[in-house]
Design a protein. Sequence first.
Length: 255
Amino acid sequence: MPSLLDLPSDRPRQRVPLFQGGSRIRVLPGSMAAGLGEFCRRQGITKFMAVYSALCAWLQRVTWTTDIVVGTVVANRRQSQWQEVVGYCANTVALRLELSDVETGEQLLHRARQTVCEAYDHQDVPFERVIGALKGRRDIDSPHVFNVMIVWEDDPLRELRLEGLSIRPFPIDDVAVELDLTLLVVNGVGGLELVMLYDRALFDSGTVDRMLAQIELILNGLMENSGSRLLDLPLLTQEERRQMLAEWSRSPVNV
């Protein structure tokens, strides 16, 4: 297994983790969320696979690595005897995506589909057994197999109304985190949301906002032209591009 992803952070990693995290939300434009379903049907993939592809393309760009391991969670209820069981039966799965020979968006989408399907075929293997099998086989300073995770969540009841009472969830700014980044893809009645849980010891909220914007840009680039080269997918917003070309390039340099 490869080493953990070396993510660009605002501060160096502390020796003792504090598990203090935050969350940032980005709602995808309605037209983009609506078009994503048709795009996925044409490509023969799920929406999860599409967002996972965009996440991995972003990770490749910011870490300059082609061997990317991202965790996810599966319901683990494929057996009929578990269908009616009440409780938390989920299992963690590691998705390892090799991009050294992937050049275009279409190749990325195909490889992501293959990776997710193969991982789901082995989803019944307890993650503890995977960790045990890896002990002694990789030189690591962390007990984690991955430090980035992506999770799909269906949220059909975003707002609950009862007689004389209105209930709706509020975002929680302070959360406990074990990983550097966890991307929640929330499929709600109002559209598709990207929610990033992050380690506040490593990242500022503004940095995470830019991460979400860049992931959205890459996803939109895949939808508009899946045949483009991965390195040509957009990573800067129009405002960031304007700032870089119009402001920073004109800044005087003292020698």
